[in-house]
Ligand binder design. Structure first.
Ligand SMILES: [Ca+2]
Length: 639
């Protein structure tokens, strides 16, 4: 506590000093937006003294604390997309780890709008919207939209190699951010989006999860980690089936040491991210910028950490959706600092940034919190809509749900359950959410009101989405897949040893092209055994033995996926020849564009250029005949 006071006194001195240096009274404020990762509200020492977060505490002391700060979807990728866009996920529909912010959406993201308005912008740390395995790099890692980019995909390693040296990621982020602040011309405002990777877990023993900043030490905790009241078997067994069968793994009942070790780890990491806040603030003070820099601190989602006996987030319980949320605006009188009870959402922080910068953003669902900062009695949201409905390739089912929360009541509706599962909690009398009232007859009327409110929100956003549907997995997964053979080679869906085999290929036409597609396949020696060309009118010209029928689109449209089925037979013979298949636009159809046409055959992630799929057909012998070739937009049309 003494060091906390000392820090406050020191800050006072620095603030006075920097006030003397203050230039340009009428300049737009700078913005530093700290976003931590998976940090529940309780992981700050002014909330739970077991933790060690002096700089978060100092922000809470000097700024405004939103004690009812929530995320409208509790998972990294979705919450971060919502923050970037200031929109609810029910509108932007980025509801998968595969989906990036589109180029069009990016134009209306807060950093891009700020940059257009003259701000110098930096993004550092975990960006985590979209993945380069499934979407273009320029969307998943949109470096060109920032003046300084040091961003990463999902869960970057805490250990980073920088100039041949193993460094702790946040240390590197701090250095880069501070240099950025120092180098920004004094007459230009800046925005630093500092996406701290802590305290998110990163895997098992030996993994980066275990890499700590070697230059950082914190005092040992006073005793064992606090155990939440709801971390009991009884609380776990009360959970609806939708949660118990989900990725929200049961952790109650495991050895106490497991919980202790986990909590000590997240305590350490939270303290390390806290240090970053202190270092950046010190740099602002040293540069004489502290009095004109608005600081925001929040987390992208909470974490159960044993509440109700489970781990993870995603669900709509308080520990999952409630996050630290603080805003420090040094331009406001000190008398306005303190707590606010009005609900504040992650997307409201985005709207607040736009308000601070004076940039209009009517397309955002977020509401600026500045009126509440300036007037503690200002009206806040009456209620708000939660939605977590995410497609994930990962193991374990995410507990998809939606619901409405107001000051007193919380209604949760689990999607995709049969029969429908619902929960109703009285947060005033049951803040730990231990008594589900959804089946109580005396709550039937209230339940219906909340159901209607939930339905109204859903209808509103469905309309806003304008018929667009969220991504629910790649189409390729629904088609017959090429199976791995015993030797590891890709096989046809039915072995050619039986005399027949079908090859399914899909590709994305990246530019428009005349309607011709050419297929060749060859044996190990790359001798062309048979090729076909499909012309715009659907005519198939064989170049070799075989009889084919085919229909081709008259024009391949740009950015459009096409499906191809090639039906082979080998006259019933078996053997060991390996065949390579190439799929490319027929030469006669190539436009005069000297760059040709780029074909990306998605089954192999083929290179750009003209050729492309490589599939091993095995076993294969003698003459292989392409009996049939079909081209279309949908598998259903050509199967
Ligand atoms: Ca997160």
């Amino acid at each position: 506590m003494r060091s906390f006071l000392k820090l406050l006194l020191l800050t006072g001195a620095l603030t006075t000093l920097s006030a003397l240096h203050a230039v340009a009274a009428e300049s737009r404020p700078n913005i530093v937006f700290f976003l931590s990762d998976d940090q529940p509200l309780r992981a700050m020492s002014h909330v739970d003294p077991w933790f060690h977060t002096p700089n978060m505490d100092r922000l809470a002391e000097e700024g405004v604390v939103f004690e009812n700060g929530f995320v409208e979807s509790s998972v990294c990728a979705v919450s971060r997309a919502s923050i970037m866009l200031g929109q609810q996920n029910a509108r932007h529909l980025i509801q998968s780890f595969d989906v990036p912010i589109s180029a069009e959406q990016m134009e209306k993201s807060f950093p891009v709008l700020l940059r257009k308005a003259g701000y110098r912008t930096a993004m550092l740390g975990k960006f985590a919207v979209g993945h380069t395995r499934y979407a273009p790099k320029e969307l998943c890692l949109p470096a060109e939209h920032f003046d300084l980019w040091y961003g990463f995909l999902q869960s970057p390693s805490y250990a980073q190699m920088v100039d041949g040296e193993k460094r702790y990621l946040t240390s590197v982020m701090e250095e880069k951010a501070i240099r950025f602040i120092e180098e920004t011309p004094k007459d230009q405002p800046f925005m630093v989006y500092m996406c701290l990777p802590e305290p998110h877990g990163q895997g098992g023993p030996g993994g980066p999860w275990n890499y700590r900043d070697p230059h950082f030490e914190i005092p040992a905790p006073d005793g064992p980690p606090p155990v939440l009241e709801t971390m009991t078997e009884a609380a776990y067994h009360q959970l609806p089936e939708a949660i118990r069968t989900s990725k929200n793994n049961k952790i109650v009942g495991r050895p106490a040491e497991t919980y202790t070790k986990y909590m000590e780890t997240v305590r350490d990491y939270t303290a390390r991210s806290d240090l970053a806040i202190g270092r950046i603030r010190a740099a602002l003070e040293a540069q004489g910028l502290a009095d004109n820099t608005v600081i925001i601190f929040a987390s992208d989602n909470g974490s159960m950490w044993g509440a109700h006996g489970i781990a993870g987030k995603w669900n709509m319980y308080e520990e999952s959706i409630r996050v630290p949320m603080m805003i420090y605006d040094p331009r406001l009188p000190k008398s306005l600092s303190g707590t606010r009870s009005q609900p504040a959402l992650n997307i409201d922080l985005t709207a607040t940034v736009m308000d601070v910068a004076g940039v209009p953003a009517p397309h955002m669902d977020g509401i600026s919190l500045m009126p509440i900062l300036k007037d503690p009695a200002a009206q806040g949201r009456e209620d708000w809509y939660y939605l977590h409905d995410v497609y994930s390739r990962g193991k374990g089912k995410l507990p998809n749900c939606e619901g409405v929360r107001n000051e007193r009541w919380k209604y949760i509706h689990y999607r995709d359950t049969d029969p429908i599962q619902e929960e109703l909690f009285d947060l005033q009398n049951d803040p730990k959410e231990m008594n589900d009232l959804a089946t109580g007859p005396e709550y039937a009327e209230l339940l219906n009101k909340l159901r209607a409110r939930n339905a109204a929100y859903k209808a509103y956003f469905d309309k806003a989405a304008g018929g667009r549907k969220p991504y629910r997995g790649p189409v390729e997964e629904k088609k017959p897949v090429l199976k791995k053979g015993a030797g590891g080679e890709q096989m046809l869906d039915s072995p050619l040893s039986l005399g027949r085999g079908n090859l399914f290929v899909s590709f994305l036409a990246q530019r428009a092209a005349g309607g011709a597609l050419k297929v060749e396949f060859s044996n190990q020696k790359k001798q062309v055994r048979l090729g076909v060309a499909v012309d715009a009118d659907g005519t198939v010209t064989p170049k070799g033995a075989g009889v084919m029928t085919a229909s081709a689109p008259s024009l391949f449209q740009a950015n459009t996926a096409y499906r191809v089925v090639l039906k082979f037979s080998n006259n019933g013979k078996t053997g060991g020849a390996v065949t390579r298949v190439k799929l490319f636009p027929a030469a006669g159809a190539l436009p005069s564009d000297p760059n040709g046409i780029d074909w990306d055959v998605s089954t192999t992630g083929g290179k750009t250029g003209v050729t492309q799929d490589r599939v091993l057909l095995k076993p294969l012998a003698g003459t292989v005949v392409l009996d049939e070739l079909r081209v279309g937009r949908n598998w259903a049309d050509i199967r």
